[in-house]
Design a protein around this ligand. Structure first.
Ligand code: FAD
Ligand code: UDP
Length: 421
């Protein structure tokens, strides 16, 4: 009997990183033969699939996660001042998909929350997405009114127009407006976030924040908008609460597993593993970068605690014109806590460099034709193996929001695993 305690850290699902590193001395190699599934990553992709498989199929799942906590990029915790903060940047849940909302509602009660963002433009704070109220704040009354009428006549009311579409306008007044919004809201923000011009990144990226011909100041218009009442990490605790799920934190899968990209053979602790393998990490890492590295963007987060009730007027304020950071978010406005001080986070975009500490967390795939082509080549490699599924923002090189990845994971479960005996 080989005791693995000195090697692997396995603990009950627990959101507290302090507890997470308590190792269990009683896991033996024989336990590892008994897993039906290995899942890499305890973010939404890995956790939703683990929940479905363990509960619906009664199969045994091992999740391997390199961080010291569950919840992936949605991880939140109470900071030393008692404020619920999001470690990897602000996460606001929104969806129009009832199935996704109902599924998640099994694991958390909600706080109704409608996200609003203000952008600092020409010394004013205006609603983002740029809308008719933003127009009124930035232009003289008669000009704003004329532009509004033209916009409504051309596109209709309550319509979203991507900035790169509006830029194609022939009408000289609308052309002027498009250039104004492009320069003041998108050009510099996109340069900070992506290191390029809006035209040099896939159009779907800037289309996420379209010009909105409306007076609705909310950032999203989805039917369901809310945050988990006790935070995302608690939600994940519930998702993973099942006797069939074992979790190894602080463990890079490469340290305990091997995957042969030619034959598809998998080993776990040097023993052959013949079950299903679900991978939610970087697809290029899985294939040992054999076709080259896929680019990602990273972020540095700077938290500040201030001895004042509130710091700013909206949950998030964007800085498209000045500073190296893109936006500041104030957490109390999300959690609705009534504490004395306030904690904010500034986001500083940077390139992802896997060898450099502090730049080595990939948050955003870089969406352009060249990178999509490289991703497609990696995906073709993975499709040779019927026992491997790639799911998630990194594994699929997609700009998934939380609801997208939950929808996708539920679909992968239905299509691939619900019928497996
Ligand atoms: P992840 O959460 O990244 O999980 C993947 C996990 O795999 C990670 O925990 C990682 O540590 C682990 N892993 C990777 N490699 C290895 C390895 N080698 N060994 C072991 N484990 C490994 N979405 C919204 O809907 N609303 C928002 O407001 C929102 N805001 C966001 C703000 C920011 C700054 C960012 C970056 C994202 C935001 N998102 C938001 C998107 C959301 O974070 C993602 O949709 C979601 O986290 C994707 O889940 P995932 O499981 O695919 O990835
Ligand atoms: N964007 C911008 N100015 C803004 C807000 C967004 O130029 O004030 C662009 C920018 O390119 C950004 C993209 O729109 O990366 C998508 O913004 P979103 O807020 O959806 O980004 P995320 O929350 O995913 O970082």
């Amino acid at each position: 009997m080989i005791i693995l305690a000195s090697y692997a850290i396995i603990c009950p699902v627990n959101s507290n990183p302090e507890n997470a590193v308590v190792s269990s001395p009683s896991y033996t190699l024989i336990d590892f033969y008994m897993f039906d599934y290995i899942i890499i990553g305890a973010g939404f992709a890995g956790s939703v699939l683990a929940e479905r498989i363990s509960r619906e199929q009664d199969k045994r799942v091992l999740i391997i996660e390199k961080r010291n906590h569950i919840a992936g990029n949605c991880y939140d915790y109470y900071d030393e001042h008692g404020i619920l903060v999001h470690k990897y940047g602000p996460h606001l849940f929104h969806t129009s998909n009832a199935e996704v909302f109902n599924y998640l509602s099994q694991f958390t009660p909600w706080i109704n929350y409608q996200h609003k963002v203000l952008g600092h433009v020409d010394g004013q704070k205006v609603p983002i997405p740029f809308n008719l109220n933003s127009l009124d704040l930035l232009f003289p009354k008669s000009m704003a009114s004329s532009l509004e009428q033209k916009l409504i006549k051309k596109y209709g009311f309550d319509v979203k127009v991507p900035i790169l579409e509006l830029k194609k306008e022939n009408d000289s007044e609308l052309q002027y407006l498009a250039n104004f919004i492009y320069e003041k809201v998108f050009a510099n923000y996109t340069a900070k976030q992506w290191g390029c011009r809006p035209e040099d990144i896939a159009a779907e990226v800037t289309a996420r924040v379209p010009v909105f011909i409306s007076r609705d100041d909310r950032y999203f218009q989805d039917k369901y908008q809310a945050v988990p009442k006790y935070g995302y990490t608690k939600l994940f605790d519930k998702l993973l609460e099942h006797k069939n799920i074992k979790l190894m934190l602080n463990t890079d899968y490469k340290d305990i597993m091997s995957f042969d990209a030619k034959s598809g053979a998998i080993t776990l602790f040097n023993q052959p593993f013949s079950g299903q393998f679900i991978f939610t990490g970087l697809i290029d890492e899985l294939f040992d970068y054999q076709l080259g590295e896929l680019p990602y963007r990273s972020l540095q987060f700077q938290f500040e605690h201030l001895q004042q009730e509130f710091f700013q007027d909206a949950t998030t304020e964007n800085y498209p014109e000045d500073y190296d950071f893109t936006r500041i978010t104030e957490f109390k406005r999300i959690s609705h806590q009534t504490l004395q001080g306030t904690t904010i986070i500034k986001e500083y975009p940077q390139d992802y460099k896997r060898s450099i500490e502090g730049q080595n967390i990939p948050y955003y795939p870089v969406f352009n034709d060249k990178n999509t082509e490289l991703f497609n080549q990696y995906r073709a490699l993975s499709e040779k193996f019927s026992n491997i599924a790639l799911v998630g923002r990194l594994a699929e090189y997609r700009y998934y929001d939380m609801d997208d990845i939950i929808e996708r994971s539920l679909q992968v479960y239905k299509d691939r695993y619900s019928q497996l005996s």
